[in-house]
Ligand binder design. Structure first.
Ligand code: ADP
Ligand code: GLC
Length: 473
C-alpha cells in the first residue's frame, strides 16, 4: 500500500517532541513490511536541510486569503531515512529555524496543508491512504473532501492519529477564506464551538481516528480540552494503538550518543559508567540514586511541580538522592529550576534547553526517570527509560498507565513506580519508594533486567496500523 504521512515533525529532520520520533519511525517500519510509506512535512531551516541533498519534484501556487503563495516540493535524494521524504518550501512562512512558536503559525500551517493537498491533487496516481498527524495536518481531510478543486481526492481513505488533543489549532471564522473555494454547506465539518477547529474537523472527516494509547482514548471522552462530546459521538471510529520505540535509534547496545554502550548482561557496569560521566559533569554523587526528568517544562508534564517536589524530597529525606533535569518550556519553571541550583549544589542540577545527545546519556546513566504528567497520550520517555534499564516513576495516566506496571504488585510482574495524583505529596512518596528500591541492589537488578526484556518495538503497532488501513480499502 502507498501511505502518505502528513506531519509537522519527523526525526531527524525536525523534532520538538515525541511526534517527531513517531513519524520518523512508523513509516520506516511500514516499509519494512513491504509498503510504500512516505512523509510530507514543512521545510524548516534545520541542520538536516543543509546536510542532505534534494531534488525539486514539484512547483505550484495557490491563493490564501489575499496572499498568493508559491510553493516548491523537494525530495531527499538518498532515502537514508528508510522512506521517501518530501519537504514543502514556502518562502518566508515555513523556512524558519523552529517548528512552532511564531505569531503567524496559523498562516504557516494552513499554507503547508493547502500545499500538501494541492500537490496530491496534481499527482497522476492516488495513494491508498493519507494519514494525518495532529492538528497541524487536521485540515487536510476536509480540503480533500470539500474543496471544489480537489474533489477527485474525496474518495482517498484518510486516517488521523492524535498525539496530543490539548492543542487543536483553533482559528476564528475570519480565516475561513484562507482555504481554497469549498462547499459552504459543509461548514459544520470545520466548526467546533463557533471557531474553525482543525483537530475537531479531522475527527469528523476521517474514516478512522487513532490515539497513541488505549487509555488516552478513554480519557479523551471526559477530558479533551472541549472536545469531550465529539469523542463520545465518534467513538465508533476511534481506537488506541500504542507507540513503539525505534530500535535503531534507541538501543543501549548501539547508541553512539552515550559514553558506554551496554546490554542486559552488563547492565550494572554499563549504567554505572554512564552515570559517572553525568555525575562528573553535573557535580553529583555517584553513590546516590540519580533521578532525572527529561521533557517539555509545561503544566501537561507536571513540570511546575518539580521545583517543590525536588527540594522537599532533598530536605525531608536528608539528601539521600540526586536530581538532574533537562528541559525547556515555561519561563517561570525554567527560572525556578535554575535558581534552585545554588542552594542545592551537589544534590541537584539542571540543563535548560534542548539537547538530544544529553537526553540519551541521561536515559543511560540515570537510575530513575520521573514523569509526573497530568496528561500523557503515550509518552516515549518511559519506553526509552525501560529500554535503558532506568526505572520509570510515573503518574497513572494515559500511555503511562498502559506501559508501566508498579514493581510492588504482589505477583511480582511489575518493574516501575506508579502514583495516582499530580501532587508534590504523591511525587515525594514515590521518590521515597525509589530510594528504598535503590537500597536493595538485588531487587533493583531484577527490575532492570525485566524492564530491558520488554518488547516495545514498532513491529507490533505497525501491524495494527496496516490492518486498519486494509479495513478501509
Ligand atoms: P512529548 O512529545 O509530549 O514531548 P514524549 O514522551 O512523547 O513527549 O516525547 C518526548 C521526546 O522529546 C523524547 O524523545 C524526549 O527524549 C525528547 N525531549 C524532550 N525534551 C527534550 C530536551 N530538552 N532535550 C532533548 N530531548 C528532549
Ligand atoms: C505527544 C504526546 C506524547 C506522545 C507523543 C508521540 O507529543 O504528548 O505523550 O508520546 O505525542 O505520540
Amino acid at each position: 500500500m502507498e501511505i502518505i504521512h502528513v506531519s509537522a515533525e519527523c526525526y531527524p529532520v525536525a523534532k520538538a517532541g515525541g511526534l517527531g520520533d513517531v513519524v520518523g519511525a512508523l513509516p520506516k517500519y511500514q516499509n519494512e513490511l513491504g509498503h510504500l510509506a512516505k512523509v510530507v512535512m514543512p521545510m524548516y531551516k534545520t541542520p538536516f536541510l543543509y546536510e542532505h541533498e534534494f531534488d525539486v519534484v514539484h512547483k505550484g501556487s495557490f491563493a490564501m486569503g489575499h496572499s498568493w503563495i508559491n510553493y516548491t516540493i523537494i525530495k531527499e535524494k538518498t532515502n537514508d531515512l528508510g522512506f521517501d521524504l518530501y519537504l514543502i518550501d514556502i518562502n518566508g512562512l515555513l523556512d524558519r529555524q523552529k517548528v512552532y512558536g511564531y505569531d503567524d503559525d496559523i498562516e504557516r500551517f494552513t499554507s503547508f496543508q493547502i500545499a500538501v493537498v494541492d500537490w496530491l491533487s496534481k499527482w497522476n496516481h492516488r495513494p491508498d491512504v493519507v494519514h494525518v498527524h495532529d492538528h497541524h495536518a487536521g485540515l487536510v481531510p476536509f480540503m480533500m473532501q470539500n474543496c471544489f478543486a480537489y474533489k477527485h481526492l474525496a474518495t482517498v481513505p484518510t486516517v488521523l492519529t492524535i498525539h496530543n488533543a490539548q492543542y487543536q489549532g483553533w482559528m476564528g471564522w475570519d480565516k475561513g477564506s484562507y482555504l481554497p473555494a469549498w462547499d459552504g454547506n459543509n461548514w459544520g465539518k470545520l466548526d467546533w464551538k463557533n471557531n474553525i477547529n482543525p483537530l475537531a474537523s479531522a475527527v469528523k472527516c476521517v474514516l478512522r481516528v487513532t490515539t497513541v494509547s488505549p487509555s488516552y482514548l478513554e480519557e479523551l471522552r471526559y477530558n479533551s480540552n472541549g472536545l469531550e462530546a465529539l469523542f463520545e459521538y465518534e467513538k465508533g471510529k476511534c481506537s488506541g494503538i500504542i507507540n513503539g520505540i525505534d530500535d535503531l535509534v534507541w538501543n543501549p547496545e548501539l547508541d553512539k550518543y552515550i559514553a558506554t554502550q551496554f546490554g542486559i548482561d552488563d547492565v550494572d557496569e554499563g549504567k554505572l559508567s554512564n552515570k559517572e560521566v553525568l555525575c562528573k559533569e553535573y557535580g553529583l554523587d555517584i553513590n546516590k540514586p540519580l533521578i532525572v526528568f527529561i521533557g517539555r517544562l509545561v503544566d501537561e508534564k507536571g513540570a511546575d511541580l518539580l521545583p517543590r517536589a525536588i527540594s522537599d524530597a532533598i530536605y525531608h529525606m536528608q539528601g539521600k538522592m540526586n536530581f538532574l533535569v533537562l528541559g525547556s518550556g515555561d519561563f517561570w519553571v525554567e527560572r525556578q529550576l535554575e535558581d534552585m541550583k545554588s542552594g542545592l549544589m551537589g544534590y541537584y542540577n539542571s540543563k535548560i534547553g534542548y539537547n538530544e545527545k544529553l537526553s540519551h546519556q541521561m536515559y543511560a546513566g540515570a537510575d530513575f526517570l520521573l514523569m509526573p504528567s497530568r496528561v500523557e497520550p503515550c509518552g516515549l520517555n518511559q519506553l526509552y527509560a525501560l529500554r535503558y534499564g532506568t526505572v520509570p516513576i510515573v503518574r497513572s495516566t494515559g500511555g503511562l498507565k498502559d506501559t508501566v506496571i508498579d514493581y510492588g504488585i504482589p505477583d511480582g510482574s511489575g518493574y516501575g513506580i506508579r502514583f495516582n495524583d499530580a501532587t508534590v505529596g504523591d511525587i515525594t512518596y514515590s521518590i521515597h519508594r525509589a530510594v528504598q528500591l535503590y537500597s536493595q541492589p538485588k531487587r533493583l537488578d531484577e527490575v532492570r533486567v525485566k524492564m530491558m526484556q520488554i518488547d516495545n518495538s514498532w513491529e507490533i503497532s505497525t501491524g495494527k496500523y496496516v490492518d486498519l488501513y486494509k479495513s478501509l480499502q
